[in-house]
Design a protein around this ligand. Structure first.
Ligand code: SAM
Length: 136
């Protein structure tokens, strides 16, 4: 079996349970969505991405889960999307710029959607080596 890649390792570290309600911000092509949906049994996955093109691609890639009612894909921006009264046990974002540029603001935006005991998981891109040496 191939060694797990970046997305596989991240999803594994979240410890998703079968009944979890999971929200992903910035799903891109929906690769993580596929991995999350495999772990769910009774839970639900929702993706929000501001790019209609990415949402279309991600929904197509995960069409079986959408048809079965296990996954949803929504065009929207973290800053303004309306998720109504929905709450989530696990919220995650991988390589979504706002979490890197304005982490406190991004966290505050997500907190309104966390269920009691809910968790936020974030992955950033590592800065390029030149920037890293500038910071030290
Ligand atoms: C660099 S891609 C990463 C895709 C995927 N998460 C990954 O790690 O491979 C960033 C994605 O986040 C979306 N995005 C960026 N800022 C966003 C925001 N403020 N609200 C919603 N989606 C956002 C982009 O449209 C893009 O699809």
């Amino acid at each position: 079996m191939a060694a797990p890649g970046r997305i596989e390792r991240f999803i594994e570290a979240m410890g998703i349970g079968p009944g979890d309600r999971v929200l992903e911000i910035g799903c891109g092509h929906g690769v993580a969505a596929t991995l999350v949906c495999r772990l769910l049994d009774g839970g639900h996955y929702l993706a929000v991405d501001r790019s209609p093109k990415m949402i279309e691609a991600a929904a197509k890639r995960n069409a079986d889960s959408v048809r079965a009612g296990h996954a949803g894909f929504l065009v929207g921006e973290l800053e303004s999307v309306d998720l109504g009264a929905r709450r989530f046990d696990k919220v995650f974002a991988m390589r979504v710029r706002l979490f890197e540029d304005e982490p406190e603001r991004a966290r505050a935006l997500v907190e309104r959607w966390l269920a009691p005991g809910g968790q936020l998981f974030v992955e950033y891109d590592a800065p390029p080596p030149r920037e890293r040496s500038k910071q030290s």
